[in-house]
Design a protein around this ligand. Sequence first.
Ligand SMILES: *Cc1c(COP(=O)(O)O)cnc(C)c1O
Length: 237
Amino acid sequence: MSLSEEARLQDRLTGIRERIAIAAGKSGREPAVIRLVAATKSQPPAVLARLFSLGIQDVGENRVQEAAAKREILGSKGTWHFIGHLQKNKAHAAAHLFDWVQSIDSLDLAQAISRGATALGRSIAVLLQVNVSGEGTKFGVPPEAAQELAEEVNALPGLELRGLFTIAPYTEDPEASRPVFGGLRTLRDRIERNTGLALPVLSMGMSHDFLIAIEEGSTMVRIGTALLGPRQPRVNR
Ligand SMILES: *Cc1c(COP(=O)(O)O)cnc(C)c1O
């Protein structure tokens, strides 16, 4: 990275942290409770190394092979989140590479990661991906099926169920996503009440809608372009 790129990254990070603090204040919370995951898909390893040196701990990737190549270079640094759609045949590799898998949307997938984690003697933090809007993203469990899946996933060895994850459909006006984020929060509250499970993590909010997501109770935002600029076009995939 050039010096000017590094300065720009530092500036963007400062700006995002300020905006996170304002939104947290609006929802009556301390900024420190909001975890910032840098969505680093398509970014080269040098960018992740720079983020770690700027104090960012969490990075989010959506392809197993791409993450494997980066981890080979970066070693054990950082906390790695899988935030894409995971195929079952990659579950074992994912259990090896990632500390968190946010996109659990079936018992089959959860069982496959559980087997991988158990074989490796690891514990993987997981979130259930919920398709709150019923449109937009193809993936995620419907809200009405989330409670049953939460109880099943919670019973699996090698997995620690921490909460819920959603992606709001893209809209010009992020205000339109407020009901999606509020919907995930009320679903979480209801599942906690009905089951006694603790689901403290709500992963919701990206570059264009993270302020609204935080106002609605997000505890984890996944930010790519607002922090890192436009993604590099993907070659040969
Ligand atoms: C890429 C990605 C993000 C970050 O998106 P930006 O709009 O660049 O901030 C967040 N969440 C998921 C699941 C992603 O795939």
